[in-house]
Structure formats: C-alpha cells, structure tokens
Design a protein around this ligand. Structure first.
Ligand code: IPD
Ligand code: CA
Length: 269
C-alpha cells in the first residue's frame, strides 16, 4: 500500500470509529426523548413533514461533537443545512423516519455519512428502537451489528419485494404509475416511512429494491456506501446532482437490477 493510501485509510477509520461512538450516544438521547404511542407529537414543517425537539437536539449534539474533534471538516444536517465545508464532509439525518418517531413507533434511525470531496466513504445507520446498527467503510464491507451483509440474490420477480418511498414532494400520478409497475412485475410493494432504513434493507437482503422520486442527501449519504459494499446496484445519485438538490434514487438487488431499472424508468450507475 502506498504511503498516501495508508494515511487516507487511517483518516477515514479514525473518523468512522469516533462517529460510531458519538452516534451511539445520540441514539440513546433520541430514544429517551421518543414520544409515547399516540397521535403525532411534533411540529409540522409542511403537510406530512414533521420535526421534533429530538431532531434538533440530536443534530446539535452530533454537530458539536464532530466539529470539536474534526474542526476542519464540513457538515450538512437536515435541520440546520450546510454548516461548514471541508475535504471531509459529514452528512447527518438526526432522525430519519420522523413521522414514525413522532407517533412512538420503532422504525426510525440516525443516519450519518462521511464524504471525501463528493465521494461517500463511510456510513452509520443506527436504529436504536430496532437494536440495529448498519455500518460500512469504503473497501471494507458492509455490516449489520458487526456481521457482514449482502444484497439479496433474488432472481424471480414473483418472489421479490420492493419499497417505494413517499413524501409530500411525490406527485400522485408518479406514485400510482410506479406502484402499478411494481405490481405488474409480480413484486410485493411496501412503504414504511424511513428512506435510510429502506435502503439498509436492500443492503442486507430484506428487500429487493427501493425507489423514491426525490430524496435528500442526508437520507442516503450513509446508505450509499453500505449499499455499494453489500453489492447492491444503485442509481448515480451524486452524479445526478443529489448533493445540491433532492434527487431520484433506485437501489436494487443485483440479479433483478436491469428488470427493475427498466420497469421503473430509472438508470443505474
Ligand atoms: C423522510 C423519510 C421518508 C422519505 C422522505 C424523507 P424524515 O425523512 O425518510 O421515508 O420518503 O423522503 O424525507 O422526514 O423522516 O427525516
Ligand atoms: Ca430524513
């Protein structure tokens, strides 16, 4: 290994392990603040678009910790936007699946990605109510609670399961068209309210695909590395301008990738 590669690997590992510990603390904080089951306990940013006290508290805590440890790094967070720029950039969704969180459900997570320039190099998705932590460092594999994970080997569409993300930014006609396409393929549709966890499900083989018309970089930054390391196929989210604006994503299991890509009208990278 060249000297420069060795130093780069160390820079990424150092950041990853520090961040993993910080996100474990942040996950405990979020869990301790989770509302009890019931109607949504949150502020509406727009129709079906929630923010809770925990979103803000987790983002502030993670930002403060990371910027103290790595003052030259950039940071993008869902609630506070872009805070700083740098060669390394952290991308945080403090609570992904806020609509679930706000009703006391379990399907939500904290998602933290690390990019070097514009390349995602490490990712952590911590879902404390599910007791699941997905992780990856570029070139070193993807893991769920420390065990290696891989995208499903599904070949027969009649056995496949595909999730479609919904947000208020999705036009009704698009949703109807894509749901019909998935059903016509023989696939089973799902929509469970957390983009990051839906992508993690593709990475670990629980699902064969995830499609969302427009999704933000903080929802997908961690998952992009986890998916690649798990041998899933992904649309070229960053090349399509995904850092600057919300963009389409398709992630699929490898053996049915071309069929899903064609049927759903989204090219893969
Ligand atoms: C949302 C969730 C949802 C997805 C949206 C996201 P939030 O994030 O991931 O499943 O469809 O695109 O914005 O609001 O829960 O952080
Ligand atoms: Ca989110």
């Amino acid at each position: 290994m060249k000297k420069t590669e060795f130093f780069e690997k160390n820079e990424i590992s150092l950041r990853f392990y520090a961040a993993k510990a910080i996100i474990e603390e942040a996950a405990s904080l979020a869990l301790s603040m989770r509302p009890s089951p019931g109607g949504p306990s949150a502020t509406l940013k727009g129709r079906q678009d929630y923010v809770t006290e925990a979103d803000r508290a987790v983002e502030l805590m993670v930002y403060n910790r990371l910027s103290t440890l790595f003052p030259d790094d950039g940071f993008i967070g869902e609630e506070r936007g872009e805070q700083a720029q740098g060669t390394y950039r952290w991308v945080l969704d403090p609570i992904d699946g806020t609509s679930n969180y706000a009703r006391g459900r379990n399907r939500w997570c904290i998602s933290l990605g690390l990019m070097k320039n514009d390349l995602p190099v490490a990712g952590i998705i911590n879902a404390p109510a599910l007791k699941e932590i997905f992780t990856a460092i570029r070139g070193e594999g993807a893991f769920l609670n420390g065990k290696p994970i891989y995208a499903a080997k599904t070949k027969n569409l009649d056995e496949s399961m595909v999730e479609i993300g919904w947000s208020p930014f999705v036009p009704l006609e698009w949703w109807q068209e894509k749901t019909t396409a998935i059903l016509n393929l023989g696939s089973m549709p799902r929509s469970l309210g957390s983009g990051a966890l839906a992508l993690a499900d593709v990475a670990c083989g629980r699902s064969d695909g995830y499609l969302e018309k427009v999704i933000y970089i903080w929802d997908v930054a961690a998952a992009l590395v986890i998916l690649e390391e798990a041998d899933a196929r992904i649309s070229p989210f960053i090349k399509m301008g995904g850092i600057e604006k919300r963009t389409t994503i398709l992630a699929t299991a490898p053996n049915i990738a071309s069929q899903l890509s064609k049927a759903l009208g989204v090219e893969l990278g």
